[in-house]
Design a protein around this ligand. Sequence first.
Ligand SMILES: [Zn+2]
Length: 109
Amino acid sequence: MGSFRWAQALALSRRRNYTAGMEGETPEQQWNRLQREFLIEVQEAHPNPERAGCPDSKVLRELAARSVRFESIEDDPDWKHAVHCGPCYREYINFRDGEYQSKAAAGGE
Ligand SMILES: [Zn+2]
């Protein structure tokens, strides 16, 4: 599969027509949606039922928190694992949802 790039994920999503009919989304909404769609790809390509080489859940939670704060995580080795591991990526998405909810509850938006 080679090295991971978000541009590739975006191109893949466009090729599969995932983004059709979603006018009026904010870039943030679109980004969140694309990450969910990419989850499907990761889970299919890397089911990893043994959880081989997986970092601790708190590591994934920290990645999610950093992502919500718009910090760059793309060079993080744990992130590189997570995008090649279905269970980790799913955890990351779940944590990210939680971070967004707490941010909204704190008066964000
Ligand atoms: Zn993993």
